[in-house]
Every structure is written in structure tokens, then in C-alpha cells.
Design a protein around this ligand. Sequence first.
Ligand SMILES: [Zn+2]
Length: 239
Amino acid sequence: MNEHIAQLVAIQAIDLEIDKIDNAVKSEQNRLDERIFALAEREATINELQAKITSCEQETRTLEDEVADKMSHVRERQSKMMQVQTGREQTALLKEIEDAKKNAKENEEKMINLMEDTEKLKVQSEEELNLLKGEKKLVAEETENVRSNIEKIKKGRKAKDTERNKQAKKIKENTLRKYNTLRDRRNGLAVVNVISGVCQGCFMAIPPQRFNMLLRGDTMFDCPTCQRIMYYTPPIEEK
Ligand SMILES: [Zn+2]
């Protein structure tokens, strides 16, 4: 293999390992972020439940006040009953009293329903709070794990960086620039093998003429489709 290509193949092997290290760091961080996000979601659920409880309790108090008003109205009307003279006035008062009592009873039923709802919401909120407490503890432990994992991973990366710099010095500047640009634009893969006339970067066939020249192994070629730098390694013969 052409020596320039061999150097590029070598640096790419290092770069791909560095990519793997960076991805491992990202995935550790993502795993933790997902759990933190889940915590925030549970906190939001609890806040919603609390708001519902507050509004139920407020509504209950309003109904309670209304019932008290109605009942004092009933008492007031009842005492007036003693003073009225005509049957017509009496009938009107009785109706008023009945209506007020009916209203008060309706309110009381509403209040019972509301209190039952409030109880259920409180139980639910309590459960969520307990879950949150447990999860917070787990996430704290997880944060510690992720931090130490990332630290370990990054130590390995430092060694690879040194190796990479050493390898980069062996490559001509403009070739290295081309390689770096290709890696940026082609998903990290700049140098590719060609197997049976097919580019292993984009999996398109290359013209047979070019493949024949590549087989000689002394020149660098770009894939006509994906522009990656191509190389050819003869298949290992099985014994
Ligand atoms: Zn290609």
C-alpha cells in the first residue's frame, strides 16, 4: 500500500476510536439527562396535583360560606313566620324557606363530592412525592456514577489525543486538511476500502479502470461518488 494512504488509514483508525470515546461520554451524559428530565416531569405532576387540591379546597370553602348564608336566611325567615298574618304571605315564606334549604342541601352534596376528590388527589400527590423522593436519591447516585465514568473515559481519550497528534505529524499538511474536511462532511469516515470495485463508504461501484489503477496500490484516488479517499487491501487468503 502507498505509504501516504497507510498513514491516513492509521490516523483514521485512531480518530474512529476517539469518536467512540466521545460517543460513550455523550451516551453517559444523555442517560443522566433523561433521568433528570423524568424528575422534572414528576415534579410538574406534583405541582399540578397541588394546584388542583388548592382549588378544590377553595371551592369547598365557598360552598360552605354559601350554606351558612342560606341557613341564616332560613332562620331569619322562620322567625318572620311568627309575625305574618295572611295565608298568602305564609305560603310565600314557606316556599322561600324550602328553596333555601334545597339549595343548601345541593351545596352540601357538592361539598361531599369535592372533599372525596380532594382526598383522592392528596393520596395521589403523596404517592408521587414518595416516588420523587426515591428517584431523587437514585439520580444523585447515578450522577456520581456518570461523573466517575466520564472521568475514566476521558483519561483514555487523552492518551488517544497524544497518539493522534503524533500520527498527524507524519501526514502532509494539505492531505491532512483534505482528510479532516472529508471527516467533517462524511460522517467521520474519510478513507475507505474498496471491495470488488465497490466503495465501502457510499457502496457505489467505481469505474473498472479506476479500480484497476487502485489495485496497483501506488496512487491515491477519490471515490467519484462520495469523494472519500480510497484504498485497496487485498483480501486475506484463507489457509
Ligand atoms: Zn464512495
